[in-house]
Design a protein around this ligand. Structure first.
Ligand code: NAD
Length: 492
């Protein structure tokens, strides 16, 4: 392994399984185009799309051209570079369940292969093991090949283990790249830069100085036609097990010795292993499940979850937890986690509230001193805000007046010149180069599932069904009690 954490030479062939799917059209191919346009793909780099759809290469290229026209801003594409990008693309129709078409596919891969190969499985996860088996049987899965997997890796621990066993029967773990696209976001990586590139925060980043942590992933959208998938999943499996717990890891982890795949992922794993299981007896006071009913989001009336789905359902579209990371650094600090659909505003943010000053010298003049807070917003815009107490200007004959003000670093202003990149640009570049730092290791996925399974089993044992909340709010009223009972309030 090189110092950059790469396991091998850059791949010269990317094979996308599920290349006609929604994710490929919206994210994968536009991201690959971004890398092409910026000269980050080698001259001999090719991409072979494969899916069940009966297309030839010409029709696939036309389809991709339309996706690019829809997805890539005009300023970021030009006819010439699009044409040269489309020339890199090939297509082979194949149904993984049909051995004849699978053979045609493996022959095509052999014909196109000039060096290392990256396979990206962007199909339903039940195909992951069969696809790997086909590649293995065709001797296309040995040294110099690696595989990238989309979420969800399973539905619970047992199914995650089955998928991982199926994939690692062909590709050893060092060649498996599990995607959590949050890790490809600039803002998420910037959390590491903020913590470990500055001397200022780390000495305060612990239970002695931090009173509480809140991590919110709030969406304003509903299930948007993905109802059947979502109803089997719910907020805990769709968002908490992966994206939200990855944010917990990056917020809570110890400094890794280096920014490399093993060091970073070892530290993240320690956080997941330190998450205190939420036992059945703790469930009522430490977890809240919700489901939205009709309401209004941004002034527009929207239907409830069951109406969108077209049937009754007990699936949670909201989950809030009071969690603990049981180690020296975080002993006693609550981590309030919440994610939901049809919330009042779209926000992904990490909020760290520092402890109050030990003694306020302004108490006699009646000035309240509020605790400092650091807010790291990842969506809708990237922004870092440090809340400090400040004197309100004036002569203050009756004593100083104070107000909380924000030291605000809006990164889109600070780095105006930089193009806002799609998360998959970072992820593709790293996977092509064989660097797994921003991908999820098997033990992380399975440890996260184990923790989530404990909560979902507890809900089942106690017969907990989601409390309703009107669309356009921040969840059921019991979520307020989850924090207030401990003297804390959600940031809204
Ligand atoms: P999709 O249903 O839009 O596309 C599925 C693709 O798989 C199509 O290209 C289809 O032709 C192909 N396919 C289906 N059956 C096949 C078979 N038997 N043999 C060969 N190919 C077959 O799905 P999607 O939304 O693009 O999602 C793809 C993967 O990405 C899934 O694992 C999904 O969970 C994951 N994912 C999707 C999104 C998203 O926003 N769409 C987000 C996160 C993760």
């Amino acid at each position: 392994m090189s110092a950059s954490g790469s396991v091998s030479r850059p791949a010269s062939l990317l094979v996308i399984f599920g290349a006609t799917g929604d994710l490929a059209g919206r994210m994968l191919l536009p991201s690959l185009y971004g890398l092409h346009r910026d000269g980050l793909l080698a001259t001999d780099f090719r991409c072979l799309g494969t899916a069940r759809s009966d297309l030839d290469t010409g029709a696939f290229r036309d389809q991709v051209r339309q996706h690019l026209e829809k997805r890539v801003p005009v300023a970021d594409r030009d006819t010439d570079s699009v044409a040269r990008f489309l020339d890199r693309l090939e297509y082979q129709a194949a149904d993984v369940a049909d051995s004849q078409s699978a053979t045609a596919l493996t022959e095509r891969i052999k014909a196109l292969r000039t060096g290392d190969v990256l396979y990206h499985l962007s199909t339903a996860p039940r195909f992951y093991a069969p696809i790997c088996a086909v590649l293995g049987a065709a001797r296309l899965a040995g040294a110099g090949t690696r595989v990238m997997l989309e979420k969800p890796i399973g539905h619970d621990l047992a199914s995650a283990v089955a998928i991982n066993d199926g994939v690692t029967a062909t590709f050893d773990e060092s060649r498996v790249f599990r995607v959590d696209h949050y890790l490809g976001k600039e803002g998420v990586q910037n959390l590491l830069a903020l913590r470990f590139g500055n001397a200022l925060f780390e000495p305060l980043w612990n239970a002695r100085h931090i009173e509480q942590v809140q991590i919110t992933v709030a969406e304003t959208i509903g299930v948007e036609g993905r109802g059947d998938y979502y109803d089997h999943s719910g907020a805990s499996r769709d968002m908490l097990q992966n994206h939200l717990l990855q944010l917990v890891c990056l917020t809570a982890m110890e400094p890794p010795s280096q920014f490399d795949p093993s060091a970073v992922r070892n530290e993240k794993l320690k956080v997941l292993r330190s998450l205190r299981p939420i036992e059945v007896a703790d469930i009522p006071n430490n977890s809240v499940a919700g489901q939205y009913t009709a309401g209004a989001v941004d002034g527009v009336a929207v239907p409830g979850y069951r109406d969108e789905l077209g049937r009754a359902s007990n699936t949670e579209t909201y989950i809030a937890l009071r969690a603990h990371v049981d180690n020296w650094r975080w002993s006693g600090v609550p981590f309030y986690l919440r994610t939901g659909k049809r919330m009042a505003r779209r926000a992904t943010e990490i909020y760290l509230q520092f402890r109050a000053v030990p003694h306020s010298i302004f108490a006699n003049s009646g000035a309240a001193v509020e605790p400092n807070a650091l807010i790291i917003s990842l969506q809708p815009e990237e922004r870092i805000e440090l809340r400090l107490m400040h004197k309100t200007p004036g002569l203050d004959r009756n004593g100083l007046k104070l107000a909380q003000v924000a030291l605000d670093l809006e990164t889109s202003d600070a780095f105006k010149q930089a193009r806002r990149r799609l998360a998959y640009e970072r992820l593709y570049l790293d996977a092509i180069e064989g660097n797994g730092t921003l991908f999820v290791r098997r033990d992380e996925t399975e440890t996260a599932w184990q923790w989530i399974d404990g909560i979902l089993d507890g809900w089942q044992k106690l017969g907990i069904s989601p409390k309703s909340y009107p669309a356009g709010t921040f969840g059921p009223s019991s979520a307020v009690a989850l924090t207030e009972r401990h003297g804390h309030s959600w940031r809204e």
